[in-house]
Design a protein around this ligand. Sequence first.
Ligand SMILES: *[C@@H]1O[C@H](CO)[C@@H](O)[C@H](O)[C@H]1NC(C)=O
Length: 309
Amino acid sequence: MRENNQSSTLEFILLGVTGQQEQEDFFFILFLFIYPITLIGNLFIILAIHSDIHLHIPMYFFLANLSFVDILFSSVTIPKMLANHLLHSKAISFGGCLAQLYFMIALGNTDSYILAAMAYDRAVAISRPLHYTTIMSPRTCVLLVVVSWVVGNVNAFPHTLLTSSLSFCGNKEVANFYCDTIPLLKLACSDIRFNVKVMYLGAGVFSVPLLFIIISYIQVFSTVLRVPSTKGVLKAFSTCGSHLTVVTLYYGTVMGMYFRPLSSYSLKDAVVTVMYMTVIPMLNPFIYSLRNQDMKAALGKLFRKRLSS
Ligand SMILES: *[C@@H]1O[C@H](CO)[C@@H](O)[C@H](O)[C@H]1NC(C)=O
């Protein structure tokens, strides 16, 4: 195959989550449930927040943004997996593969930075309640959201560009159910040392929000321990538990995946990616709303309005 022809004719094979037929059937059924739940759950969060004036505060705007990103994020990989399974095909074009790579990195990073904005919001609400409205002004909120989107796209661009210029001359079997960074790099026959460096750098950029989240929570905990707990502080604090659950699940799985030598990666690891590619985006709306009275009230109102109209 001529090098300049590569992009138009090159096709990859997605081996799937485990590569075993019966297990692929299981994951097909699983994703068939997960995907609509993710779409509907997150859509309801966005609708509930936008239709209830009580929820027009930064914390819920960030949550609505998180839901929006989660809808897009799970749409990068799941529909392709479902369609391929139905069509008894495992193929994905080179362009499709690069698109998955780009949007997965971009949206994953945006998600990560929005989680940090949410932690910062809680830290300000709890440690500096009197300055809350001046610090978290509408302008600051929009800025934090815009920065999250910009960082995501800036981080996705170099890695995708570098991957697009690699040559793939041998095995085209991607060891996952979508085009992921490490499985793709392992298939290249060009020198990938620079790509790997850029990938680790990208993983570093992805992890920066974790640092902000840890600092925010240290501030939250020290305030809660120091100040005699008022009802307001306790209420603000109650939303932190769910946030910490998501953050621990998310960073734990993602970092375990990308901060390690390429050689240690095998198809067995694809099961771990199911966690942050599909399960966490589905869980986010539930984790944030089931223990939250304001959110439940807004959802209840939304349902009643829909039922009566
Ligand atoms: C995202 O956050 C911004 C700023 O707070 C807000 O104006 C916007 O409506 C949010 N987007 C969604 C989808 O809720």
